[in-house]
Each structure stands twice: as structure tokens, then as C-alpha cells.
Write a protein that binds this ligand. Structure first.
Ligand code: SF4
Ligand code: SF4
Length: 319
């Protein structure tokens, strides 16, 4: 896989526009919709949830990640960086991310595999080759593809083009979204999406803004409009002990879902701390403490019982 952004851009055919920026592709995924799926993780997100376990997804463009524990202080990266973004002090490389252009030269120069560019530009054609290699599994399991992220609506034109191409090939399409985008974008996506995995973080408006950096008004409004159009919806609720697991949080979620007609299930996603190390590698340590994970399973069980007392649809723990 090419490591520099310039390599990636040069390698992509101009005839293949639009291009998308992805940070991961997961084949044989079992928790991102029905059946066996290929999940495509797009970069860019309008929210900045404090518990985010994919912080490398938040920036729309490729990012530099750094493994401090691998660095041997050799200065090879300093020598090749034209932006003078790196200094080595106390035996460790330190990068001024404000100067870094993501060119990837330091990644190629590093002998310790301590640096990596996360995010790659893909054409629709090259992604279809990846997707179509597993069509047999989709057909036999009732699976397909799922766009996730990050937030697919951060790259709406690309997402619509890719989903349209999948539809033309009779491949089932799902989108995992936070719903924070203009309704016209959601509507465009809905026209080529068989199933929405719709993330709700909190119903309480003030705490939603505090914990995600954005209002939930557009998110809830889009959910209601999507429901009105008859789109198939699974609600996803990342449950973070101490942040959105109060009984009144779950009751508010249950009351909302009970009013909707096309929600088929609620999935509670227990917190895990997989994102904490990634925050460090991106140079933006998380403010969240490890303690949340210890209570996450018990909190998810409790949340499920509350929701089951309110809604008629299945409530599951996990994706
Ligand atoms: S990726 Fe950033 S830090 Fe590395 S060589 Fe390029 S500009 Fe310098
Ligand atoms: S090239 Fe790699 S090992 Fe050497 S100083 Fe830079 S980050 Fe550290």
C-alpha cells in the first residue's frame, strides 16, 4: 500500500472521479448490518465525541500517526522532512502537526516503523474490485456493504456514487451515520441505501453539545424525516458509563423510538477503550479515563432492560 499522500494522488486515475478518502476496509464484517459484509470506513466527521474510538476518522484528510514507544531517536525523519516539522529531543521525535503536510517522506525513512499515514484516496472502480471479490459471501448470507466512518455524509457525493454502483450490481447497501448533515444529503443517500444504522448519542440537547461538540437538533430532525420516508432503520446507541447511561437518558431514547414507525431494532454499543492509544498516536490525548470500560457491560445490561420496558422492537447489545 502506498504510504505517502503524493504517491496516492499520483497513482489515482483522474478518469475515476469522484474519489473518496478511507482509513480502513474490513472484509467479512458480522456486526455492521445483516449477513457477511464489507465495511468501508470513510474519513471525516462533523462530531468530536469525547469517547470516539476511531479518532483517526475525524479529519477528512489523511493523518500522520506516531508510535512513540517504537522511536529510537535516529533523526532519519528529521533529515527528510522539507517542512522542518520534526525535532528530536530526549531521544524522541516530536512533530509539529501544524507544519506537517502529510507528504509521508518520514514514514518511508523511519527504520523503526514508528510513523504511518492513515487514510488513502480510492476511486470508485478500485473499491468495486475489493467489494465484488466477496459477492458470493454476500449472496449466501444476505450481506452486502456498509459505509461507516467517520461519517459517510462527510463525503456525500462519493458515498452516493459508490452506493449507486453497488445497487447496479444488486449488492445490499447499508450506511452507518450520525445523521448530522443537511436533509438534502441524507435524502440523496437514502435513495441508494437499503438500511440505515443510525447513531444516537444523547437526547438531552445541552449534554449532547457538551460531549460531541454539536447540537443534536439536525440529527433528530433527519431521523424523523427518514422515518417518514419509510427507510429501514436500526438505532445504534454507544453507551458510555457516567456520560449517557442515566435512566432518564435511556427512557428518552426509548420514548423517541416508540414514536417512530420504521425502526426495526436498537443496538447498544458498550464502550471500549480501543481509541485511547489512537488519540495519543495522533498527538491529541483523550480526556476520557480508562475507568469507563470497567462498568460498560453492566451498564449495557441495565440500559437494555430499561429500553425493553418501553419499545416493542428488539434491543440487543453489540452491533
Ligand atoms: S509527513 Fe509531515 S512530518 Fe513527515 S516528512 Fe511529511 S511534512 Fe514532515
Ligand atoms: S525516523 Fe523513526 S525512529 Fe528515527 S527519530 Fe524519526 S520517528 Fe524516531
Amino acid at each position: 500500500m502506498p504510504s505517502s499522500i503524493s504517491d496516492l494522488a499520483a497513482g489515482a486515475s483522474q478518469a475515476d472521479h469522484p474519489q473518496g478518502v478511507l482509513f480502513d476496509i474490513k472484509r467479512f464484517a458480522l456486526h455492521d448490518g445483516p449477513g457477511i459484509r464489507t465495511t468501508l470506513f470513510l474519513k471525516g466527521c462533523p462530531l468530536s465525541c469525547v469517547w470516539c474510538h476511531n479518532p483517526e476518522s475525524q479529519n477528512r484528510e489523511p493523518d500522520l500517526m506516531f508510535w512513540q514507544d517504537r522511536c529510537i531517536g535516529c533523526r532519519a525523519c528529521v533529515m527528510v522532512c522539507r517542512e522542518r516539522a520534526i525535532v528530536v529531543s530526549d531521544g524522541l521525535a516530536r512533530t509539529d502537526r501544524g507544519r506537517c503536510t502529510g507528504c509521508g517522506r518520514c514514514v518511508e525513512a523511519c527504520p523503526a516503523d514508528a510513523r504511518r499515514i492513515v487514510g488513502r484516496r480510492w476511486s470508485i472502480q478500485s473499491l468495486l474490485q475489493e467489494i465484488e471479490s466477496d459477492v458470493l459471501f454476500y449472496d449466501q448470507s444476505g450481506g452486502g456493504i456498509t459505509l461507516s466512518g467517520g461519517e459517510p455524509l462527510a463525503q456525500t457525493a462519493f458515498a452516493v456514487a459508490l452506493l449507486t454502483a453497488c445497487r447496479e450490481r444488486r449488492i445490499h447497501t447499508a450506511v452507518d451515520t450520525c445523521g448530522h448533515a443537511p436533509w438534502t444529503d441524507v435524502e440523496a443517500l437514502a435513495a441508494v441505501t437499503d438500511l440505515f444504522l443510525y447513531d444516537i448519542k444523547l437526547i438531552d440537547a445541552a449534554r449532547h453539545r457538551e460531549l460531541t461538540g454539536a447540537s443534536n437538533a439536525q440529527i433528530l430532525n433527519n431521523l424523523g424525516r427518514l422515518d417518514d420516508t419509510g427507510g429501514r432503520i436500526w438505532i445504534r446507541y454507544p453507551l458510555i458509563p457516567g456520560l449517557n447511561d442515566r435512566a432518564d437518558d435511556l427512557i428518552a431514547l426509548g420514548d423517541l423510538v416508540a414514536r417512530l414507525r420504521h425502526v426495526e431494532a436498537i443496538h447498544i454499543l458498550p464502550y471500549h477503550r480501543g481509541g485511547l492509544k489512537k488519540h495519543e498516536r495522533l498527538g491529541c490525548p483523550s480526556t476520557l479515563q480508562n475507568k469507563q470500560e470497567a462498568h460498560s457491560v453492566a451498564a449495557a445490561d441495565h440500559g437494555r432492560e430499561i429500553l425493553r420496558g418501553i419499545v416493542k422492537v428488539p434491543v440487543r447489545i453489540g452491533g
